[in-house]
Design a protein around this ligand. Sequence first.
Ligand SMILES: [Zn+2]
Length: 188
Amino acid sequence: MMDIEHGDFVMPGDVIGVSEQYLPGDWTYEDGGYIKAAIIGNVSANRHEITIIPKTTVPVVLKVDNIVVGQITDIKGQRTMVDVQAFIDSSRELALPYSGAIHVSQVKKGYLEKLTDAFRIGDIVEGKVIKIMGNNIDINTEDPEHGVLKAMCSRCRNFMVPTNNKDILYCEQCNRKEKRKISLNYDY
Ligand SMILES: [Zn+2]
């Protein structure tokens, strides 16, 4: 976890350094002696300070079939709301602050009884853009590589780890198990 190098792509909550070595710069925070990333971006470190550089240079407008990463902000009725933060495979910044939605029928192949069996607020998710209406996009997470990339335990907020069951995450801190639509790229 500590082999972070200048330029590495990181996600919120990732440990990027230790407080003894660096001052926490832009888009980072200190937590128990560690410096962690507050947003998705690339690590930038000099001798004294470590920061996160959000996606930069030429803005990009999303297209259908682009793969995006974002954070779940709300789950209401049949839809999960996503604050879209990055366009995968591009170092470019999004031209608009896109708001994403994942309909319950677009989460996984087969039947999903309720959205909270797949996502929780705060989860980082990856998915494919299937529809664009201005800055609102619809996202599909059926692909095995899509779904939750990172999730915190809803009881103690510790980051959870995968289990032998592809639908279940486990909290090593409080032993809680929670269901998710987990990506093959889950980060732990
Ligand atoms: Zn826990």
